[in-house]
Design a protein around this ligand. Sequence first.
Ligand SMILES: [Zn+2]
Length: 430
Amino acid sequence: LIVVLDACRADKLSCYGFNRATTPYIDQLADDANSVVFGRHYAQSTWTKPSTASLFTGLLPYQHGINRKYRQVQGGRFETQILAAEIKTLAEELQELGYSTFAVARNLHLSAVNGFAQGFSAYHDPETIRGDRGALRIFTETLRQARGKVFGYLHVMACHNPFPPRRRSSEYLTAYGFDYDEAARKKVGIDFTGSGLRQAIRGRRITFDEADVRFLHLVYEAMLHQVDARIVRVLLEGIRSSGRYDNALIILTADHGEELYDHGGYAHMHALWEEVIRVPLIVKFPANRKPRVLPRDVTEITSSVDLYPSILALLDSAVSRNLPGRDIFHSHHAPAVLSEGASEMRNHEWALIRANEKLIETSQGPLLFGLLHDPTESTNLASKDPAGVRRMRALAEKLRKRHPPWRKRAPVVEIDLPSSAIERMKKLGY
Ligand SMILES: [Zn+2]
């Protein structure tokens, strides 16, 4: 079972060292005797569509070619990039191994028209699902009725912005809230409940003061706390009551994180900072199947493309293709991780992380950070260490040569989006 919490950044989870009790139920999963926490896990991109495509195919974004938003042709007609049919997905592999496969995907980028349903015998499209709790109901009910070997994929909107009051945990706000006049700030354009905030920040129409930043972090944490209590708790109960918990491989992760003004930005897509690409990865193995070589906490870097080969290796099924990921359930060798920004936002283009070194290539030049001493990426070492930049660039080049694109670009089709979908996209800031 793969569970993706949209826009969930790793550093806010209590089991990832956050100093407040944001995620007691995720922590329970992490504390299971058969669980492993991958402490430095990265998403392959800064937004849902390319990142999930990488998770599904085991390919890097430039390999599967998906990295563009819906493009309006005219009226309700849009051009969309789709996951190429000839690329084999994890669901297709598992189907061939005799698994019945189903997915419940709430994010509009993951519509079946975009090719994400490949390999799923049942695919519950974003348009047909009512809220995260609706998604959860379908998921647990399908699981309860399933017979034999099952692969289930659940993608909930979880921590995705905006942050309306009904999605914030009141329990969390009571415990950690502080005096802040949200209504007054809304009047000057600082509105955490709407979708215009990112554009307003990028257009320099507003700037945050210290209290705004503190409050933004608070509401994000309150959302996460609510997701933990209302989604993760119920999900784990549902898996238990289906009788499958003990024997299940449960993978909990995210497609990307979220910028909360840590570097002066908001939301996700346009930057490759740690808060955007470092996501949780908690793996609960079936009883007695946890590989002995794995410590409880893995400190080496891993990334989403590693899941495809790792899951197949656990099932003793070899991957015939040359994939960029590796079996992280059995190997300790930690190479470099590549993550890509959105192609329409020519700002942060790609990032390479190796051990504690991180290079972000931007349209204004390289950013080089030493994550061990500078985990918040505050000091750019690029001009001080040009050799380091050259070394990281050469390594990225080598990786790209070793793993060429599957095709030049992802196939594109024209579709009609219902007005409800267009409205929802706008609300989500797309
Ligand atoms: Zn997402």
